[in-house]
Design a protein. Structure first.
Length: 366
């Protein structure tokens, strides 16, 4: 891990890096991730006392070690997996991938779009102007430091300006959180929240070694959809283990045309359900609509041509990313042709309002 064993020549003797690393690893395994809680555990919990040799590192020592060697600690996963593969602990005949939403350390009401940021910036500028005017009206000497109210307002202004700059750099973003600008609004178990999408790939441990599962790849992304994470997780797992796994298990969230094509190209076998299984056998499933690139339109199962009429998705990209103008997003809106009787063709009158919605293949839904 390239961690030096020689401590600072000044002060008390340094803790051995193996002891500090053991504290952090055991804390991650048991859900203790706070340096202060780890400090307390090193004083009164037998596993931590055994790991540290009855030493008591404080929270500052633990935090400095984590900050200095965070990237090196990430490489431990690869070393652990490679060791397990070399000694034959892993059954690399099959692997499974899944994701879960984790909450960010940010409040939901701090998520703002550009319009809200501009209004907040205007109010902050007005507040700063009023506070500066009050300070100038005083006859006494200037204070050595800015008043707390003015300092807080200036900090808020900087945060807003930085958030607006961050929003302008990425055209895909429509809102940003002032506390954690990388967090995105996602639907978790507790409802809509600022958070991240944590992904993990795992392979079974050989029964002769006790069974269980071993994580072979892990990542945290700011995209709520699982569909775009399948191929990166496959590549990371292959890099970790040093060899491809022939069969991958996944849920319907990973089922997209792009992922199926990538699996076929890689020679992988994916075992996953269709995202919207009840409609797979229906006459108006997405695969029944044929795309005509020459006219940029679809042909429905009844032979009617449906020209592209717009997208309700937030991400607007071409269908093939180069030629077609049909966007990729949650779904694609297709204009219903004039004179067409929808009730005789489309179930439940889905064309009755003048348009019908056809989910794009990139999302794997229909």
């Amino acid at each position: 891990m390239e961690i030096g064993l020689d401590g600072d020549s000044l002060g008390a003797p340094a803790y051995h890096p193996r002891a500090l690393l053991s504290v952090w690893l055991f804390g991650f395994m048991t859900g203790v991730r706070s340096s202060r809680k780890l400090e307390a555990a090193c004083r009164d919990q037998i596993p931590y006392l055994w790991l540290t040799g009855c030493q008591h590192p404080d929270h500052n020592t633990l935090w400095r070690f984590y900050q200095a060697h965070r990237q090196s600690m990430r490489r431990l996963l690869k070393c652990t997996v490679r060791t397990a593969v070399e000694v034959g602990l892993l059954d690399l005949a099959v692997q499974a991938v899944d994701g879960t939403k984790v909450a960010a350390s940010a409040a939901g009401d701090q998520t703002c779009d550009r319009a809200k940021l501009e209004r907040l910036l205007t109010k902050t500028e007005d507040a700063i102007g009023e506070l500066e005017a009050q300070n100038k009206s005083d006859d006494g000497p200037l204070p050595p430091h800015l008043p707390a109210e003015l300092q807080q307002a200036q900090v808020l202004r900087e945060r807003i300006q930085h958030a607006m700059s961050h929003l302008g750099k990425d055209p895909r973003l429509t809102r940003v959180n002032l506390t954690d600008q990388d967090a995105q609004l996602m639907k978790g178990r507790q409802g809509i929240m600022p958070g991240y999408n944590a992904q993990a790939m795992a392979s079974p441990v050989a029964q002769s070694s006790g069974g269980g599962m071993l994580i072979t790849a892990a990542d945290v992304v700011d995209s709520a959809a699982d569909s775009g994470q399948l191929v990166p997780m496959l590549e990371q797992a292959e890099e970790m283990t040093g060899e491809p796994v022939p069969v991958t298990l996944a849920d319907g969230g990973y089922h997209t045309a792009a992922n199926l094509a990538a699996g076929e190209q890689r020679g992988d076998l994916f075992v996953m359900p269709e995202r919207y299984h009840p409609g797979v056998q229906g006459p108006y499933f997405k695969d029944k609509f044929l795309y005509d690139s020459a006219t940029d339109s679809y042909i429905c199962p009844k032979g009617q041509r449906l020209p592209f009429g717009g997208s309700s998705g937030t991400t607007v990209r071409s269908r093939d990313r180069s030629e077609s103008t049909v966007p990729q997003g949650p779904y694609v809106a297709l204009v219903r042709p004039m004179g067409f009787a929808p009730k005789t063709c489309v179930p439940e009158g889905r064309c009755g309002s003048g348009r019908m919605m056809l989910y794009s293949e990139s999302t794997g839904s229909g």
